[in-house]
Design a binder for this molecule. Structure first.
Ligand code: GLN
Length: 544
């Protein structure tokens, strides 16, 4: 596209959890499928500098980018929809904004001025919004503002949008998401909360250009016109967003409603072809009309909150679609598993994933699940802590090191088979100090990992402080657990596999962050394939 970068803001009103992230990602997808370059950014109004130190119960999973930023889980959606890596610049919190401003103040950069929310905090927010645009590679920067308009915390963000709209004029556009509640007793959808929410925006000086109305039921005739009249928008700019069967349907639904068309029209961009979503539709077809099904257990300690394992869940679904298989996930609470009940809890599953995590809660249950998977020859994928638990389990039950443990769980263990990485030993601050982001890894030919990736050199994202203790490497190898992926520089073990098992892979990295709709991750694809194979009734297996 010739000309300047366009800035699209996505705000939310009435309630939280309306799915701003999915609407942003869907619009981005539609623009991308028309041939534009797009990136999406999330501004989070909380004081934490990043979500890295947040308990997953608070905000769900922490998504790690290639450059090692610990970010909001919405960035996972952006990457899964767009297939374009995000970075630290794609997620900014109020905490980071204030930290930058305070650091500048300490350096004397404000030259004796009183530092204030307006203009200093808003300038910093505007700088972050435009930093992506200044790269000169994006036609569109979509900025999603977390929280709900009207919150005290959101005020500086809405004010920054107001200023940018004033400064940039036609290069900016605001999309406001609202809710149309359905009143059971009168059998109607109600527009009043939307009207109030737009009034709230207006009182802050921002007129939304497009309204996306979330609704459980179809909008009634004349409703778009009514909203348009009360909210100063065109009726074509009132977009109905019905509850979708899956998040991956939303781009199509938004295309049907003309969201991308109205956005382009309002920004004065003409002459671009309609979005070609054929590859996306192919995926949806495989996803929704599977030929078979498989039951996979996901063992973790946050299973009550599926968002805590968002990327793993999505990666399993992508891999399922790739295998034309419906993946049913059984969420297994690791704290509830013990030697006595493990077989009962995991019965009938033909694949077991043991999730990442921190601290010792639920660790023994994870180890029991791994013992079961190893002994019963159930395909197994251990991720980060899941891989570390596989090493502990093997140490205890195969090598006979009864005290084998990670020093994270027991600093005084006689057999620290997982130990803190050297460079972590002097680290004091908790935030942003782990081994984070993408690192290269070399695979051993002939391994399961090599078979699924189909190449020797890979790069995957990390988030950990502890690591396989290389002084045990030889003992493990002799007993049948091999390191099949190694970081070429630091010699850190990145992958372990158990020989003689149909599919047993533990990875120190997080493959789930790199799985996208268009490029399902090879490890998940291979794992689901193995689970499908394991699910074939014994009789059929013998014939094959
Ligand atoms: N707690 C482990 C470590 O820090 C594993 C981390 C993880 O699973 N992301 O090494």
């Amino acid at each position: 596209m010739t000309g300047s970068t366009k800035y699209i803001f996505v705000t939310g009103g009435v309630t939280s959890s309306l799915g701003k992230g999915i609407i942003s990602a869907s619009l981005a997808k539609l623009l991308q499928a028309r041939g534009f370059t797009v990136t999406i950014q999330k501004l989070d109004p909380y004081i934490n500098v990043d979500p890295g130190t947040l308990n997953p119960y608070e905000h769900g999973e922490c998504f790690v980018t290639e450059d090692g930023a610990e970010t909001d889980l919405d960035l996972g959606h952006y990457e899964r929809f767009l297939d374009v890596p995000t970075s630290q610049a794609n997620n900014v919190t109020t905490g980071r904004i204030y930290q930058n401003v305070i650091n500048k103040e300490r350096r004397g950069e404000y030259l004796g001025k009183t530092v204030q929310v307006i203009p200093h905090i808003t300038d910093e927010i505007k700088r972050h919004i435009q930093a992506l645009g200044r790269k000169g590679i994006y036609d569109f920067v979509i900025t999603e503002v977390g929280g709900t308009v009207g919150d005290i915390e959101s005020l500086p963000y809405v004010e920054s949008i107001r200023q940018l709209k004033w400064e940039k004029g036609k290069d900016c556009l605001t999309i406001h998401l609202t809710l149309l509640p359905f009143l059971q007793t009168s059998g109607e959808l109600k527009t009043k909360p939307t009207q109030h929410s737009v009034k709230e925006m207006l009182s802050l000086g921002v007129q939304p250009d497009v309204l996306v109305c979330r609704t459980e039921h179809p909008m009634q005739k004349g409703m778009k016109e009514k909203i348009a009249l009360f909210c100063n928008v065109d009726a074509t700019a009132v977009i109905e967003s019905r509850d979708a069967q899956t998040i991956y349907d939303v781009p199509m639904m938004m295309q049907e409603e003309g969201l991308d068309r109205v956005v382009l029209q309002k920004l004065g961009i003409t002459g671009y072809p309609e979005a070609d979503l054929s590859a996306w539709t192919d995926f949806l077809h495989r996803y929704k009309e599977p030929k078979r099904e498989v039951h996979i257990g996901l063992v973790g300690k946050y299973v009550e909150l599926h968002d805590a394992y968002k990327s793993i869940k999505e990666a399993l679904e992508h891999a399922g679609a790739e295998n034309e298989t419906k993946v049913h996930i059984k969420w297994v609470h690791s704290e509830k598993l013990n030697a006595k009940n493990v077989a009962k809890h995991l019965a009938g599953l033909t694949g077991i994933v043991v999730a990442p995590g921190f601290g010792h809660r639920g660790i023994e249950g994870k180890i029991e699940a791994i013992k079961y998977a190893r002994e019963q020859k159930v395909p197994f994928l251990g991720i980060c802590l899941g891989m570390q638990c596989a090493v502990i389990e093997f140490g205890r039950n195969v090598l006979g090191l009864t005290d084998a443990n990670s020093t994270e769980m027991n600093a005084d263990t006689a057999h620290p088979v997982i130990a803190m990485m050297e460079e972590q030993k002097n680290v004091e601050n908790k935030g942003g100090t782990m081994r984070l982001g993408a690192y290269p890894c070399k695979l051993t030919e002939g391994s399961t990992a090599y078979a699924v990736y189909g190449r020797k050199d890979i790069s995957e994202r990390h988030r950990h402080r502890y690591e396989f203790n290389n002084s045990y490497l030889e003992d493990y190898r002799k007993a049948g657990m091999e390191a099949t992926g190694i970081n070429p520089k630091g010699k850190l073990v990145e992958i372990v596999e158990v020989k003689g098992h149909p599919w047993f892979v533990g990875v120190q990295f997080h493959p789930e962050y790199r799985s996208t709709v268009m490029k399902p991750h090879p490890l998940f694809v291979g794992f689901v394939q193995a689970a499908v194979k394991a699910a074939v009734p014994v009789g059929e297996k013998a014939e094959a």
